[in-house]
Design a protein. Structure first.
Length: 338
């Protein structure tokens, strides 16, 4: 049998990785009696961890949100930084990072007070605003859906498909997928009796029903393949540009959007992957340096189109002259609207 301290840490880890544990199952995992388990749970409570106990056939132990963060783990700022960072890491292009990041995010948010969750949402929205192509998904929606997938628990929500009024859905959630800088839920829709993929930014009021289900076989190789087959994900573009600026400068202004490879002291190659060509143009513009597009051809044409549009904006046309005549624009500064 492990000593008391290591066993308590093991108990805490188990409580953080599952929504609810039956007492007998938890005791078996720890290799102790249910009486010893109760003493260990009391010890966690003394340390400030909000472990709830429920009785009956569906009873057991659950680590619940508390009024404050449990002690000896993270302070509030560290918890917020971790939640925001894991949310960004879950959308990263690093292979295998998504699943680990969402598990870490779920553990932190599960015990986070509502006021800290709101701060996480505010920070994530502020970060997302730099890339308008990326829809906003709140941390509450993300973690609620992730926990339902983990616990094999039916989920209810309101969903607004493109061009349609919101409708109520009850589903058996399967997996979360991030593709094209968007979040998708792959689930079996109980109303339509078929598999569906749902964009999380169009999903509101997500709540678990408490009803468990036995997982069905997904009609695809994996969840990502299912979302792609549904036709809702645009193919990503891999954009490359030779930027005539030091690599350190480019990493500071655009490094979060892609990979920067140094060529020499005065130039580097910036590589970005996105389903939209808008934000690579904006990222390159933010650098404030000369650059050459290395590919793909559609990005060359897109940058040329943007450039021509900006050039036209500096040459007042008939509409601009009419605006001046009607006093809507300062004649000394055509770009200043009253």
């Amino acid at each position: 049998m492990a000593n008391t301290s290591s066993r308590t840490l093991r108990l805490l880890s188990l409580l953080q990785t599952h929504r609810r544990w039956a007492g007998g199952e938890l005791a078996d995992r720890l290799g102790v009696s249910e009486r010893t388990l109760r003493r260990d749970v009391d010890r966690l409570r003394e340390l400030g961890y909000p472990v709830h106990t429920s009785r009956g056939t569906d009873g057991g132990y659950q680590l619940a949100p508390g009024a404050v963060l449990p002690p000896l783990l993270l302070d509030e700022d560290e918890a917020i930084a971790l939640a925001v960072g894991m949310g960004e890491a879950a959308r990263s292009a690093i292979t295998g990072m998504e699943a680990s990041a969402i598990r870490a995010l779920t553990k932190v948010v599960q015990v986070m007070p509502p006021r800290l969750r709101r701060r996480v949402d505010v920070l994530r929205e502020a970060m997302v605003s730099a890339s308008p192509a990326e829809p906003v998904v709140t941390v509450d929606v993300l973690t609620t859906v992730a926990q339902a997938c983990r616990d094999e628990e039916r989920l209810c929500f309101s969903y607004a498909a493109r061009g349609r009024e919101p409708s109520s859905r009850e589903v058996e959630p399967h997996r979360l997928v991030t593709l094209g800088r968007r979040w998708y839920l792959v689930a079996y829709d109980l109303t339509r009796q078929d598999w569906r993929s749902f964009r999380l930014d169009r999903l509101t009021g997500a709540r678990p029903t408490g009803a468990r289900f036995r997982p069905r076989d997904l009609p695809a190789r994996d969840a990502a393949a299912f979302v792609k087959a549904a036709g809702g994900v645009p193919e990503p573009h891999t954009v490359k540009a030779l930027v005539h600026a030091p690599a350190a400068r480019v990493r500071t202004t655009a490094g979060q959007w892609g990979m920067v490879e140094e060529v020499d002291d005065h130039s580097c190659v910036l590589t970005m992957t996105s389903s939209s060509l808008d934000w690579p143009v904006q990222a390159l513009g933010n650098v404030g340096a000369e650059f050459e597009v290395l590919g793909p051809p559609e990005f060359v044409a897109y940058v040329r189109e943007w450039g021509e549009r900006f050039v036209r904006a500096t040459s007042p046309g008939p509409a601009s002259r009419r605006a001046v005549q009607h006093g809507q624009v300062d004649q000394e500064d055509p770009g200043a609207t009253r």
